[in-house]
Design a protein around this ligand. Structure first.
Ligand code: ADP
Ligand code: MG
Length: 360
């Protein structure tokens, strides 16, 4: 989406006979995305040791999406969620959620942001609910803190508990509810002030499979019926299989994305189709899957070639010990500046005639 708008600007600039300029204003960053992270960095320094928990992470999430975030332990998932929740601040980069610049908020704005713009759901049920308040009192509390009237509070509390399937728990204390019921009430607490975004860090991690599914179903209901954008960290393959978009984080950056959609074939048969993508960041960087790299013994540098409809990547023959045999034509860089003078509709790069392809 980002690229399209830049390409359109480039083309519009060419048509108008002016140099194309990459837009840099705050307004253009992330467009209509409700969550927009640009080169986000978070470095923890403890006892003289630096840990780069986020290493230039880019992420765009559109309003209304239900996205799963997966990744190995220590890959930076909680760090990202804590930043998006306004509980932690990044070391560098940009992050915007629901129109708030997370790096430029005052203490007061940060408090309001946490109270009204984002909801948070933790893995530990005890962290989401006050043990001395009933389910209804827990859900009503954020609305009291936001000074909403008694009648509105009562109505919203009842609606939320019913929508989440736990209306019957309204007068129970947390200790009188199962783990799954507590988490569903907790979703109500997180959504009380109608935040634009709900962030959930392994909300089903402490639950058995069946109960976890119930909680996830409640999250889906919140997404579809209440329209809240949800980003959920999960280890649960069943959860990530049920969402349209699963993003994987590796070493503090988004590495791959799986998009799922329902495909209808010519006979009208419907099938779920999942496609895995590598992520191309704003600087043009791409992470090649580790197994691809190992299979082809790629190291240090690779040869790139621009084809008419794809880019080829080859291991460096010298590194592989294949000797100086066939030399592939490398296009180390394909500058966007070239595109400004070469119309996009032109025939394939004349430097790479079709019969001079490395794999020909
Ligand atoms: P995940 O949630 O994916 O398991 P985290 O975001 O918790 O990963 O952690 C990412 C990295 O940052 C890890 O190496 C972790 O040890 C480190 N880290 C997280 N929080 C802190 C902290 N408060 N102080 C120092 N290092 C931290
Ligand atoms: Mg974590």
């Amino acid at each position: 989406m980002e690229r399209t708008s830049i390409d359109q600007l480039t083309e519009a600039g060419q048509a108008a006979g002016v140099a194309a300029v990459r837009p840099t204003s705050q307004a253009s960053f992330g467009g209509g995305a409700v969550i927009a992270c640009d080169s986000l960095v978070r470095i923890y320094s403890t006892a003289g040791i630096e840990v780069q928990a986020l290493q230039g992470l880019d992420l765009l999430i559109e309003p209304g999406e239900l996205t799963a975030l997966v990744g190995a332990s220590g890959s930076g998932k909680s760090t990202l969620l804590n930043i998006l929740a306004g509980l932690d601040t990044p070391t560098a980069g940009r992050a915007r959620v629901a129109g708030h610049d997370l790096l430029a908020m005052s203490t007061r704005e940060r408090l309001d942001y946490r109270r009204e713009s984002v909801g948070f759901l933790w893995q530990q049920t005890s962290r989401n609910l006050f043990s001395h308040l009933t389910a209804a009192e827990n859900v009503a509390l954020p609305m009291r803190l936001a000074a909403r009237g008694r009648k509105a509070r009562k109505q919203r509390t009842a609606e939320l508990l019913d929508t989440l399937g736990v209306g019957y728990c309204r007068d129970r204390m947390p200790a009188e509810m199962s783990g799954g019921e507590q988490q569903r009430v907790s979703i109500g607490v997180a959504l009380a002030n109608e935040p634009a975004v709900l962030l959930a860090d392994e909300p089903t991690g402490e639950l058995d499979t069946g109960t976890g599914e119930e909680v996830f179903a409640a999250l889906r209901t919140a997404n579809t019926d209440l329209g809240v954008t949800i980003l959920v960290v999960t280890h649960d393959q069943q959860v990530s299989d049920q969402v349209r978009r699963t993003i994987a984080i590796r070493d503090g950056r988004i590495s791959t994305e799986v998009l799922r959609h329902t495909h209808t074939d010519a006979e009208g048969q419907e099938a779920d189709v999942a496609q895995e993508y590598a992520v191309l960041d704003r600087a043009g960087r791409l992470q090649i899957p580790r197994d691809f790299i190992e299979t082809l013994d790629m190291r240090d540098r690779v040869l790139l070639a621009l084809e008419s409809d794809h880019v080829g990547v080859w291991p460096d023959a010298a590194v592989r010990g294949d000797g100086p045999g066939v030399r592939h034509r490398a296009h180390g860089r394909h500058e966007r500046a070239d595109e400004a003078v070469t119309p996009r509709s032109a025939s394939p790069d004349p430097a790479t005639p079709p019969n001079d392809q490395p794999d020909a």
